[in-house]
Design a protein around this ligand. Structure first.
Ligand code: AMP
Ligand code: MG
Length: 712
């Protein structure tokens, strides 16, 4: 009996990329390029405008220019643009000869009924122009051979003007089930009788099973698996446990249908009706094909009887050696075990890699990840096991990479960072957690549901303990995983230099200017009604108003306690904050070193200099710990609430972490203060949203008396 890794090697040593054929790019999705796709022309093929505006000569700007024509996408302006001339231009239109830049429409004005263009600003040479070939150079290899074609590759091939691409042909995979007990669940009687060559005579194709019969689950599943792997699937129905019927099905697959791969299920064990191996080698059944069986049993669970053969027209030697076109028809034949789980698992482990190799994949083997067990698993004393499991990316599995959950070191998507113990920096808590899908008996196909991974468990005796790190072969689509990758917010680095707030915005249009003017007048009216700010700089009222907005004032940091609870509280505050402070505000999370007021306070002090607003997520009974952190960080905090809180904390000392204290001393209100110019608040999420909605602008710029945060 060979091991599974040896079985995979044996199969891959017999599978080869299929011949190259031409295909329209749009029909090649899922297939692999056999030749590079090269750009036949540059893109853009001419200097093109990026903006709607006016094509100008930069040397003439600023100034008053004569508008002499229009260049629109698809309708170029072909005349030379002379000195002090401009032409209207739309996005994507070729720049007229003589012009070297585009003035954005929002930044110019028309005079003299549109005959004169007034450009007020300097215009740099090349401004708002995409130069010829700036996206794609002529002759550039856009898609190298070996690329798996997806929707974006189709787009790139089209952009390159590639009407056809050269890809490797998809393997034809013929699938049949074997078993006298099987009933086709989807067959109506008409289609059952029309498929008489492969269907059994005993009426097993009727969709109503009688005593002793079961529905054929494997064939529909294996056909779907073959399609998912990228093959062209051919349905050969249900075949009786009879050597002649099996041989006829094999002949049909290889000789009539030209199958590159034959996948059957059942009939490979030790029962007196298990004839498939003999049929494959051509000793029974009287078929026109024969072959060699490379292995017929594998040291694994589930799927021990897995059989792999190469089969072709008799005499097989001629078939194997090549020769005539018919002689070359040599197929890979997989006799999968009949139990549905065994059929599914062995398909993933050996058939799918063979299909991928034939498609031309460079690395056709199953991808492996590392995971920690969520519970003890007893090992099989006889065979290594492929245990079905769902993967869960918990907040724990995100630790150790960043203070903001969900992102690994460096750049790119979060997923690869968690793929292995090595990448997790040796920290098992940073790996996904594997949940067994339950009872693993090989007939229980529901154990495949939600199984994204096959855990590679060694042969027993004994038990692998909860928390142990195991390797796992990924067989499901993680994008649709039952336990989703955690939802995280994009991480946006604060800009290295402060950008004046005004510059972050588009120049306002007339409507916006009118609205802003109205709002300004209303604000002035309101300010005149307000009492003047206090003269004295009392303790607890440091700071006062903030005058100028700067870049950091677009950053709101949520300070959270470590651990699951802290992460949960942080994400609900984060959600509330994101609703209240829409883009371009950046909401980030800072996790404190411990879940006590001292460490939360430390985290507040750390982030305050780079944040406009710091929200301490609720922590401790009645949120007393987070409230205490605000008190600690702001010394007195918000005048009306925090001193009361502070007094209570001082009086009761460590006892202050009691819910009664929080409720009685402060209620569930917002505590607020100021640290290093940042507004620091703590509150339950519902109040935070209200407070932030009441006006971020107010929080940052209004006198503290007017913050209006006390919502007790
Ligand atoms: P076999 O490998 O043919 O000995 O079958 C092993 C077990 O799997 C038996 O209980 C069969 O009834 C069952 N089985 C075989 N083929 C299928 C199938 N296509 N769909 C569902 N169960 C099957
Ligand atoms: Mg059987």
């Amino acid at each position: 009996m060979i091991s599974m890794p040896d079985a995979i090697d044996t199969v891959l040593s017999r599978a080869f990329p299929l011949e190259a054929i031409a295909s329209p790019p749009a029909d090649a999705v899922g297939l692999v390029l056999a030749e590079d796709v090269v750009a036949s022309r540059p893109h853009p093929p001419f200097p093109a405008s990026i903006m709607d505006g006016y094509a100008v000569r930069s040397a003439d700007c600023p100034g008053a220019l004569a508008v002499v024509g229009a260049a629109r996408a698809g309708a170029p302006f072909r005349a030379d643009l002379g000195a002090n001339e401009a032409a209207y231009i739309t996005t994507g239109a070729p720049l007229p000869p003589g012009a070297d830049a585009v003035a954005q429409i929002e930044r110019v004005a028309l005079e003299d009924d549109g005959a004169t263009l007034r450009v007020r600003d300097d215009v740099a040479r090349g401004q708002h122009v995409r130069q010829t070939g700036s996206d794609v150079k002529e002759g550039e290899i856009l898609l190298p051979a070996g690329t798996i074609i997806g929707p974006h590759e189709v787009g790139v091939a089209a952009l390159a003007g590639a009407r056809g691409v050269t890809i490797r042909r998809a393997p034809r995979v013929a699938v049949f089930s074997t078993g006298d007990e099987l009933v086709d669940p989807f067959a109506d009687d008409a289609s059952a009788s029309s498929r008489s060559s492969a269907a059994p005579s005993s009426g097993s194709s009727s969709s109503s099973p009688s005593y002793g019969q079961v529905f054929d689950a494997n064939r529909p599943m294996l056909l779907a698996l073959a399609r998912e792997a990228g093959a062209t699937a051919i349905d050969l129905g249900v075949v009786r446990d009879d050597p002649a019927a099996l041989a006829a099905a094999l002949d049909d697959a290889i000789l009539a249908r030209g199958a590159d791969v034959v996948v059957s299920s059942g009939g490979v064990s030790e029962g007196d009706k298990d004839h498939l191996k003999e049929v494959l080698i051509g000793t029974v059944g009287g078929g026109r094909c024969e072959g060699v069986v490379h292995f017929g049993r594998v040291m694994m669970k589930p799927g021990k009887p897995l059989t792999f053969a190469e089969v072709g027209p008799r005499p097989f030697e001629a078939a194997a050696a090549g020769g005539s076109e018919r002689g070359r028809r040599r197929a890979l034949a997989f006799g999968l075990p009949g139990n549905p789980v065994s059929a599914a698992v062995t398909f993933h482990l050996v058939v799918a890699p063979a299909i991928r190799r034939m498609l031309g994949w460079r690395d056709p083997r199953p991808r492996r990840t590392h995971a920690t067990l969520s519970a003890d698993i007893a090992l099989d004393p006889e065979r290594p096991e492929y245990h079905r499991a769902a993967l869960e990316w918990t907040s724990g599995s995100l630790r150790g990479f960043s203070s903001r959950p969900g992102f690994g070191p460096g750049s790119g998507s979060s997923l690869p960072a968690f793929a292995s113990l090595a990448l997790s920096g040796g920290d098992p808590s940073a790996l996904p957690v594997a949940h067994s899908t339950g009872r693993q008996i090989s007939s229980r196909l529901t154990s495949m549901l939600g199984a994204e991974a096959l855990l590679e468990l060694p042969r027993g005796p004994g038990t692998i303990k909860k928390g142990a790190v195991v390797s796992a072969l990924v067989v499901g689509d993680l994008r649709a995983a039952r336990w989703q990758l955690p939802r995280v917010y994009p991480r946006v680095e604060p800009p290295p230099t402060k950008v004046p707030f005004e510059e972050l915005r588009e120049p306002p249009d007339a409507w916006t200017r009118a609205r802003e003017e109205k709002e300004r007048r209303e604000r002035e009216r309101e300010d005149r009604r307000r009492p003047p700010p206090p003269e004295k700089d009392e303790p607890g009222q440091r700071g006062g108003t903030k005058k100028k907005c700067d870049a950091r004032e677009l950053i709101l940091t949520v300070v959270a306690a470590p651990g699951e609870e802290g992460a949960k509280a942080a994400s609900s505050v984060e959600f509330a904050a994101l609703r209240a402070v829409p883009a371009p505000w950046i909401v980030t999370i800072e996790t404190a070193a411990a879940a006590d007021s001292y460490h939360l306070k430390e985290a507040v002090m750390k982030v305050a200099p780079t944040s406009a607003i710091v929200v301490v997520a609720p922590c401790g009974p009645g949120a007393v710990t987070s409230a205490a952190a605000v008190v600690g960080a702001t010394e007195r905090g918000y005048p009306s609430l925090a001193p009361a809180m502070r007094a209570a904390v001082t009086k009761l000392g460590p006892e202050a972490t009691k819910k009664e204290l929080a409720d009685e001393a402060c209620g569930w209100g917002v505590n607020a203060g100021e640290v290093a110019g940042a507004v620091v608040v703590s509150a339950p999420p519902k109040d935070i949203e209200k407070a932030l909605r009441a006006g971020v602008g107010e929080l940052c710029t209004a006198p503290r008396e007017n913050w209006g945060l006390t919502t007790s």
